[in-house]
Design a protein around this ligand. Structure first.
Ligand SMILES: [Mg+2]
Length: 226
């Protein structure tokens, strides 16, 4: 039995609800085009409905289309830019904040997150994660093709924390891509299933199932103590 020495987290839908980031961005976008939108709250709700209904990467295209604003060819591009660069209003899941506080000082702690670096850094800043963990890797900064499921970030994290792979655990939500690399490297893996998560239904590729599934991070302590 190998003792766990390092706990590494995914960010979106693991430490905070990604949905709240989307709504924070919708608000920023609506504020930025106030001249085109007479009822801001209604517009944000409309984008929220599109988020649930359509391909979530096409929310602004659909919004512009259904509002009859599509004669402005650059509007969608401006909205995407505003969304990506806005300063998000988001906060940690309560179980995440409590867990990070409990683990601090007892384990080496890390964060590995995919997504555009500018967006992920803005989330890290908004959540105050830098003061809660020892190492943060935004996979976008490693170079093209090195996001999950590529193992580069996991190898680098173990190296930076100075721990062997079998003493690491990765906690994340998306079975579609999160667990392939850490499983292959010999990390313990834990999937947290959130009610409102975007990827709770994602199908795991071969070798991509987590060792454990939990519904709250309050249940992580028992797993890492095994
Ligand atoms: Mg995630």
């Amino acid at each position: 039995m190998t003792t766990i020495a390092a706990v590494i987290f995914d960010m979106d839908d693991t430490l905070y609800p990604e949905r709240t980031y989307a709504f924070s961005g919708f608000r920023a976008v609506v504020d930025s085009c106030a001249d085109l939108v007479d009822d801001p709250d209604l517009a944000v709700d409309e984008m929220g409905a599109l988020l649930d209904r359509s391909d979530r990467h096409r929310v602004f295209n659909c919004f512009v289309e259904q509002r009859g604003l599509s004669d402005d060819a650059e509007l969608v591009q401006r909205m995407i830019q505003t969304f990506r660069t806005h300063r998000p209003t988001i906060s940690l899941h309560r179980d995440a904040a409590a867990l990070l506080e409990r683990l601090r000082g007892r384990f080496a702690l890390g964060l590995i997150t995919d997504g555009a670096a500018v967006q992920q850094q803005a989330k890290v800043d908004a959540l105050g994660v830098a003061s809660l963990v020892d190492e943060i890797i935004l996979t976008d900064e490693l170079g093209p093709g090195l996001g999950k499921p590529h193992p580069a970030a996991f190898e680098l994290m173990a190296d930076r924390l100075g721990v062997t792979h079998e003493r690491c655990v990765y906690v994340a939500d998306n079975a579609g891509k999160d667990f392939v690399a850490p499983n292959a490297l010999g990390w313990k893996t834990v999937q947290v299933l959130r009610d409102d998560g975007f990827y709770g239904d994602a199908v795991a590729p071969p070798g991509g199932n987590a060792d454990h599934k939990i519904y709250t991070l309050a249940d992580l302590d028992a797993i890492i103590a095994e």
